[in-house]
Design a protein around this ligand. Structure first.
Ligand code: NDP
Length: 604
């Protein structure tokens, strides 16, 4: 028993039992890709327009039209490049916000830090946590502001990229017959762009309607992403499979409009308070003095990242500008670490302190379930039994109350998941739930699958060496951004850099700054090639493999955070972040940019 009155040993035992129920030998192989499984895997949002293949030359090409491509495109335009081409398989900019238009979609991180380039575009978000349509619209705003539509190619998938030695350029080929060249190549297809389905028997046999949450079919459901009533569901029995961050947001909307809603749960999420509210433009004007967004990003990272940083650097007295669920989590863990007397400090002692504060928080979150849910049996099933950071923390104020509605039924599978699908509906533990529509809120491939395979194309570098070969034993980069042997190639992704210890758009705007500085340096000095030195890349990888900490923890309930509970292979162990945490990574990169000696890179 601790001073908080919580029996930590009993809690550990309960958490372990709940985890063990959910461990399955297949790991990531339990999932399937959408292709060939459901009727509607194409783009439900915009029609594909005919166009002529493109065969020109541009200065910078970025594969991916989400936040990565937009912020990189913006910064290299500011650096002086004119021809910047973003390519995306979607019909417009937006990335995850293009695809994920499910009802209720909103951002879990405060808009002031999540929405990039607010200061540059002068946009004032309307809510503390903006809804999907507003974020999607902001993507278009960035595209227009920086003239990124001029050369963009949408509904276009890159099939191969090849280095042309003689011209010192990349040749990009696509599924639309394009074959154009580019001086610089950027890649940033995002960590959540390959949707996955549970590998259930019978998915194809279902006779009703089915789709993944990232391919929402409003033609069928009625309504729209901004919240219009889904009248098409009024007389329907609807199933949603999965209860992760997406489902938490979609369920309240479905609950309002579906005749009957069946929520199939394998593991309940920990759902904390959301407390969204409109942004008052007067307040906004009073806090947004020049340089405000970077100050907010720094404030967020300093508080949220505290657990990964050097505890002696932790400053808990600093002002929390952002005040969202993440900085609350960071402050709490930071306070726990600070509470360890310096003479007793060790990694083990620190982890115990974090566990103690976590048990208080999770007890609070479980008590919240009891205080909202009217039926005690349902309440019990909605309680999450794991440490808060084992799975993606969720924040919502309407999710739990949905289960008090008479038309909403929780089908808890006690950690076993849906058994199978048949032509009439969903089967759990031998019982068939007949439904008209099945919505898969089953997530996306994250880091348990091969990076080049997820991207959907390979990069053929000098001497015909492929990126898939260079990364056969694990990803190799300098700072997660450039690859030795692959000149003029820049990558926007999470691993081997700031990783997930931060608000992801912060990673992207920071990397975009580095890329733009390198490009500017090359233009100013007439260089035609840049790449990291072999020594710099090797040293970086050694550091990561020696000291890098993976995201998840084997003792956690399985999920994408901990590679579905499977032991990490050597290849997986490359998917880590900078050992000292995101804040320290950003400070290191900031110093590197300020020094401007370009250490670690070789130019030709
Ligand atoms: P998740 O991977 O988080 O959730 C998938 C869900 O499907 C889990 O509940 C999983 O259960 C369940 N599931 C899988 N297989 C089965 C099965 N056989 N039977 C029953 N249930 C099953 O995907 P999401 O789309 O919810 O979220 C993905 C990520 O997207 C989030 O973690 C977050 O990073 C991001 N996101 C961000 C938002 C934002 O605000 N910025 C909003 C929404 C999402 P189990 O837990 O047992 O594996």
């Amino acid at each position: 028993m601790t001073t908080t009155g919580i029996d930590i040993a009993a809690l550990r035992q309960k958490y372990a039992e709940e985890r063990d129920k959910r461990l399955r030998t297949a790991g990531n192989d339990q999932y399937l890709r959408l292709t060939d499984q459901l009727d509607s895997t194409e783009d439900p949002h915009l029609p594909v327009m005919e166009r002529e293949p493109v065969t020109d030359h541009v200065e910078f090409t970025f594969i991916g039209g989400g936040f990565s491509g937009l912020v990189t495109g913006a910064r290299v335009k500011e650096a002086g490049l004119q021809r910047v081409r973003l390519i995306d398989k979607a019909g417009d900019f937006g990335g995850v916000w293009y695809w994920n238009r499910y009802p209720g979609a909103m951002c879990d991180t405060a808009s002031m830090v999540y929405m990039p380039l607010l200061e540059e575009t002068g946009y004032v978000p309307t809510e503390k946590y903006a809804h999907g349509p507003e974020i999607y619209e902001h993507c278009q705003r960035i595209g227009k502001h920086y003239g990124l539509y001029d050369d963009a190619l949408f509904h276009t998938q890159v099939t191969e990229v090849e280095w042309i030695e003689r011209d010192e350029r990349w040749l990009v080929r696509t599924n639309r017959g394009d074959a154009f060249t580019t001086t610089y190549l950027g890649m940033g297809t995002g960590p959540l762009h390959v949707a996955k389905l549970p590998g259930l028997e019978g998915i194809k046999d279902f006779r009703g309607k089915s789709f993944h949450t990232s391919r929402w079919d409003y033609d069928y459901t009625g309504g729209d992403p901004s919240g219009a009533a889904m009248t098409g569901l009024a007389d329907k029995r609807v199933a949603i499979i999965g209860t992760g961050a997406t489902s938490i947001q979609a369920v309240p909307e479905l609950a309002k409009h579906a005749g009957e809603l069946f929520v199939f749960q394998r593991t309940p999420s920990a759902v904390d308070v959301r407390d969204n509210h409109p942004i008052d433009p007067e307040w906004f004007a009073s806090v947004t003095t020049p340089g405000w967004q970077q100050r907010w990003l720094d404030s967020f990272i300093a508080l949220w990242d505290s657990v990964l940083s050097d505890p002696s650097e932790l400053d808990l007295d600093q002002e929390d500008l952002v005040q969202d669920g993440w900085t609350d989590l960071g402050r709490r863990m930071g306070a726990a670490i600070k509470g360890v007397p310096p003479e007793e400090f060790s990694l083990e002692r620190m982890m115990l302190a974090i566990e103690a504060t976590d048990s208080v928080k999770m007890t609070e979150i479980r008590a919240r379930v009891d205080s909202i849910i009217e039926d005690p049996e349902t309440a019990e099933k909605l309680k999450a039994w794991f440490n808060q950071m084992c799975k993606r923390p969720c924040f919502h104020d309407e999710y739990l109350p949905s289960f008090n509605r008479p038309n909403v039924h929780l089908v808890d599978t006690d950690g076993q998941g849906v058994e199978r699908i048949d032509e009439k509906g969903v089967v759990v533990d031998g019982k068939l739930y007949e439904v008209d529509c099945i919505i898969y809120a089953s997530g996306f491939e994250f880091y348990g699958t091969d990076a080049v395979d997820r991207a959907g194309y390979d990069v053929v570098g000098p001497n015909r060496r492929r990126l898939s070969e260079h990364w056969a034993e694990g990803m190799r980069t300098l700072w997660g951004q450039q690859v030795h042997g692959f000149p003029n190639l820049f990558i926007q992704q999470l691993f081997q850099g700031a990783f997930l210890g931060s608000n992801i758009p912060h990673n992207l705007v920071d990397t975009a700054r580095t890329i733009a500085l390198i490009v500017k340096h090359m233009q100013a000095n007439g260089y035609t090639q840049v790449q990291p030195t072999a020594a710099a890349e090797d040293a970086w990888i050694d550091l990561l493999l020696t000291h890098g900490r993976p995201l998840g923890n084997a003792e956690c309930t399985p999920g994408y955070y901990n590679n579905e509970g499977k032991e990490l292979s050597l290849k997986d162990r490359h998917n880590v972040g900078y050992p000292m945490g995101s804040g320290a990574f950003f400070r290191m990169m900031d110093k590197w940019r300020t020094d401007a000696t370009f250490e670690g890179l070789e130019f030709a």
